[in-house]
Design a protein around this ligand. Structure first.
Ligand code: GLC
Length: 766
């Protein structure tokens, strides 16, 4: 894209419009630390599917022409704009943070082979790179050398993305995921650049097919590009990586607090084929004393895969079944796909046809493809009327007693080839096409589902999705799609979940035990040990694979799964506090070590350990047959072995024995962990007495409590407790008292002793 030389500029408030010889472009200081770089190549507005509402703050912006470039300053940043719309970002003290690359792109180390040799390699199915591809929109930035790249949502790769390329095009990939897959189900075009002296993020808010090359083509630069849409990206500066994520979630929204029961253990399978089978799973949980809150109905619960119906043959009297399960402490979540069976007389199809709610082929007919129900049609979720209709339909499920909705196949997946780019979709009243709406289709479906559940129940909606675009974290949780019961998938899950968390989506999980292929007892033990700390803790397996409920193998496997599922319930109050932090700051629940210890360079590439919040560090076993491992304990204080209480200094590497029943867990000194008693399901026992386990002599912790269900907390109906450990004493103080159900006592473990103490007032010093 040739912009030409700068001709003039016009500054108005925090917006600076720049006239180049061939185009006009705009730099806007959204806040002092967030800069939007925009050129309306397709449309004049930077209308976004990720950012809702006006995010602009009043910023004191000064713009000056200095020689042949413009300097635009906020109190925190200086943006230098050069000819051809090259942009550099500097700190206000003049330190360069990031600058556009001014040279030509050149594929470094590209292999030059003859046409014949290339043809021969292709004959066996090898994929060869075809040299440099230029795209309609292309931004190339200098690599300074010390960058680590994190984020980009759901990618099958390690934490640091430097040296690799990626694509954003929501894709249904049932085959085993592996490293060279540049795209998966979700599109989150946001990444963080961490350097020794600076941190920043780039959010490329372009929902067409986009591409990211983080130094693969050439180690002198990295780039992001798109086939279509506008040049529209946000440069997000942050003193720490956490504040960069804070900037990104300030724009796109944070993950809201979920209902408490959604943090419990969840059991699924494609499918529990009928009522008897589902009930036997419920019995299995209770008989084996395995805590469990949620059971799933996958596609086979429906009548011929028709969404919003129940198959009476498989699930007779399903309302009564849902009521019975609810009384035993189980919630049921049902799957809903976007594909609507094409069948006259089926109410969802008929209503959609009558109101013109489905997407169209270019000849004006309703577009059809094939998914589970056979010939199917697809709601045009870009239109408010269609979303409202879909939101209303949720009532059919909630009135029956369904507690959450699992949105699947919403890339949208289609079995008769991918939906062609030119199929007619809408963006509200504007007619557009599949190529433009593909990546946001799932987000719009989730938003409709969220609004429906909220409207019909008044509770915090529990929506789960497979596909995703930035910003949908406001409406949905997600899982990583069809993984496999492979050890490599367990290993990669850690970096995958950390990357998604750093990309703004805090409520995330992976199918425990693996979806495709068949699980082994050892793999299930190790995966359940990981799942215990993953925000969305669901065991799920594919049709035709071996059963993998905790009791499906042998006593040892059952005992180990039970041990870690019980530990999960002990940790729920801590997890919930982490969710509260995520809602307030955007900082994820499940994090890489580097996010908490970015000054400790040894943490930058640790892919097989992770943090749960600020205080718990886990080093799971992710290799078959392994019964010990090395563990890095980051600098900055001591660490306690959770199982033995042994203390280790930070900044050290230790060897930990880890037989099959042991997952290495370490607690940072200063932690004051809130714990629950074990219970069969959330709410089974009223927690009147909170357990506090104190590690070390100095520390502070804020604990949050509310009704765990609805939105009253947004009007102040919550309690905050401040725990302070200083000079050998522990102070418990209530700093917000908005929720009537307060703790009446605390059971404190500190200095090697455990004792119970009543709490009636607002402040207690022990
Ligand atoms: C897709 C989903 C999977 C589900 C299956 C049947 O493969 O990813 O989780 O079980 O469809 O609905």
């Amino acid at each position: 894209m040739n912009y030409g030389k700068i001709v003039s500029f016009d500054a108005e408030g925090s917006r600076v419009a720049i006239q180049f010889e061939h185009r006009m472009a705009v730099i806007t200081a959204v806040t002092e630390e967030i800069i939007n770089v925009f050129c309306g190549l397709k449309s004049d507005s930077n209308h976004s599917f990720a950012i809702e509402g006006d995010k602009s703050k009043s910023v004191n912006v000064i713009a000056n022409m200095v020689g042949n470039y413009i300097i635009i300053s906020t109190p925190k940043l200086a943006v230098y704009v050069y000819d051809n719309f090259r942009v550099s970002f500097l700190k206000s003290d003049g330190t360069v943070i990031c600058r556009d690359y001014k040279g030509e792109r050149e594929a470094q180390g590209a292999a030059v082979i003859s046409k014949e040799a290339a043809a021969q390699a292709r004959m066996e199915g090898h994929v060869l790179t075809d040299g440099i591809k230029h795209r309609a929109i292309e931004v190339v930035k200098c690599m300074e050398g010390d960058e680590y790249f994190y984020g980009l949502g759901d990618k099958y790769s390690f934490l640091n993305k430097k040296g690799y390329d990626f694509e954003m095009w929501n894709s249904d990939l049932p085959e085993p995921h592996f490293e060279s897959m540049t795209r998966l189900y979700k599109s989150i075009p946001f990444f963080i650049v961490h350097r020794e002296a600076v941190n920043y993020g780039i959010f490329f808010d372009n929902h067409h097919r986009t591409y990211f090359d983080l130094g693969k083509e050439n180690s002198s630069y990295f780039s992001f590009s798109a086939d279509d849409g506008n040049l529209d990206y946000y440069f997000i500066y942050g003193a720490t990586m956490k504040s960069v994520i804070g900037g990104y979630t300030y724009l796109t929204g944070t993950t809201p607090l979920p209902q408490l029961w959604t943090l419990g253990y969840q059991q699924s399978r494609w499918s529990y084929e009928n009522r008897a089978e589902l009930l036997s799973v419920a019995d299995g949980m209770r008989n084996n004393e395995i805590p469990c809150d949620v059971l799933y109905c996958d596609i086979d619960y429906m009548d011929n895969f028709k969404v919003f119906t129940w198959g009476e043959t498989q699930y007779p009297q399903h309302q009564q079944m849902l009521t019975d399960l609810r009384e035993r402490g189980f919630k049921v979540v049902t799957i809903i796909d976007p594909g609507v069976k094409k069948e006259e007389g089926y109410f969802v199809y008929d209503e959609g046809v009558a109101n013109d709610y489905f997407v169209h082929a270019t000849d004006g007919s309703i577009y059809e493809n094939v998914v589970w129900p056979g010939d199917s049609v697809f709601p045009d979720f870009g239109r408010r009327a269609v979303r409202n209709w879909w939101a209303d339909k949720q009532r059919l499920m909630t009135d029956d007693g369904v507690a959450g909705i699992w949105n699947d196949m919403n890339e949208p997946a289609s079995f008769r080839g991918e939906i062609p780019d030119d199929v007619v979709f809408s963006d509200e009243e504007r007619v557009t096409n599949h190529a433009e709406m593909h990546n946001v289709y799932a987000s719009l479906m989730c938003k409709a589902t969220y609004e429906g559940l909220k409207r019909h129940t008044g509770k915090r909606p529990f929506v789960i999705t497979r596909a995703f675009y930035s910003g949908a974290q406001k409406y949905t949780t997600a899982w990583t799609g069809d993984n496999q019961s492979h050890w490599s998938h367990l290993r990669y899950a850690i970096a995958q979940l950390c990357s998604i968390g750093m990309s703004g989506l805090a409520f995330i999980g992976t199918d425990v035990g693996g979806f495709g292929a068949s699980c082994t007892p050892e793999l299930l033990c190790r995966w359940t040990q990981l799942g215990c700390f993953v925000p969305f803790f669901r065991n799920h397996a594919a049709k035709g694979t071996r059963y993998q409920e905790p009791w499906a193998f042998d006593k040892q496997t059952l005992d180990i799964c039970r041990k870690y599922i019980r530990l999960r319930y002990r940790l729920i109050p801590y997890l919930y506090d982490c969710f509260r932090t995520a809602e307030l700051t955007g900082v994820p629940v499940f994090r890489p070590l580097v996010l908490n210890f970015e000054k400790d360079v040894k943490t930058a590439e640790i892919n097989d350990q992770f943090m749960l919040g600020d205080w718990i560090m886990v080093a799971p076993i992710v290799d078959q047959g392994k019964v010990s491992r090395d563990v890095y304990l980051p600098k900055g204080g001591n660490w306690y072995d959770f199982h033995t209480g042994e203390r280790f200094p930070g900044g050290t590497r230790i060897l930990r024995e880890a037989p099959l029943d042991t997952c290495p867990i370490y607690i940072r000194e200063g932690a004051i962990l809130p714990l629950w008693p074990v219970m069969n399901y959330v709410g089974e026992k009223k927690v009147d007495c909170l357990e506090l386990t104190v590690f070390g002599n100095d520390g502070e912790y804020t604990h949050y409590q509310d009704n765990g269900e609805d939105f009253a907390y947004r009007d102040g109906a919550y309690n905050l407790y401040q725990f302070t450990r200083k000079g050998g004493r522990l102070t418990i103080e209530m700093t917000n008292a908005g929720y009537a159900d307060k703790y009446g006592a605390f059971k404190v473990t500190m200095n090697g002793k455990t004792f119970k103490i009543k709490f009636s007032g607002r402040k207690l010093v022990i």
